[in-house]
Design a protein around this ligand. Sequence first.
Ligand code: SF4
Length: 324
Amino acid sequence: MKEAYLKVKNLTKHFPISNSLFRRTGFVHAVNQVSFELYQSETLGIVGESGSGKSTLGRVIMKLIQPTAGEVIYKGKNIFNEPEATIRRDMQMVFQDPYASLNPRMKVGDAIAEPLLAHHIVTGRKEAREKVCDLLHTVGLQPEMYNNFPHEFSGGQRQRISIARALGMAPKLLVCDEAASALDVSVQAQILNLFNNLKNGMDLTYLFISHDLAVVKYISSRILIMYLGEVMELADTEELFSKPLHPYTQALISAIPEPSTRRRKERILLEGDIPSSINLPEGCKFQSRCFKAMPECVYTHPPLSEVAPQHYVRCLLYPNQAGG
Ligand code: SF4
């Protein structure tokens, strides 16, 4: 039995919405009762379309925003009851747009050194410079680039700088939110390989958030599929691709292009509209687009059930689990 490194329990985030008179009119139900365990040294991919709540989930786990309800247990404690400092060094985040997180008027070396000095990881400018040069080398950049400004780098190089900045804190967990999504395919592959090399060399644990199931498949040992703020399926990557159970997962997998023309598979096209996350349907959240929907899906909300060891699915098609 593997020991959980991080336990996410019933995590919920609802954003209030107001009318022009500042009266509360409802909530955006971004994340609803999400639970899972993250194991030491694994890469857990979180996949979902825009609006699935995956990025909000990542930000809540990083304590960048407070949850509406639920817990994240780290080292036996709920992080929302603990001071910021307890997690900030151990958990770091890499975002999609590195340019937005870098000060355009600051040399990249100084940008990487800044948190090292602020958190007293280094004691002075000289030590900071040596550490930054090491970090630049670790992420595949030249130490001489210390004095360059962000606009002098390509998108892929800027993402390497963001990664170096995160690694400076010697984190144990990296939450990567669409960290390779804005890059060209060839650069994307280089960044994914960098993530893999760093993981093995530094014993990192990843939460890898992306809308792209093919990218997540490449890097993850387990995959969690989200839809309208809920977990729809969670399984080992191999199991998920060989036996996808949820109709949504089946549709997502069918949409991945096959490199071989001989193995071309039938694409499942999802019809129907995605419901608003302000007015969620009563039964299954996927009912309006599901090609296997049954009458009971309209009023019965399926639970997330373990249908095989470590394979969880939220669907009434598995009758032995319904109503559990
Ligand atoms: Fe489709 Fe019903 Fe399963 Fe939802 S519960 S995924 S609507 S079959």
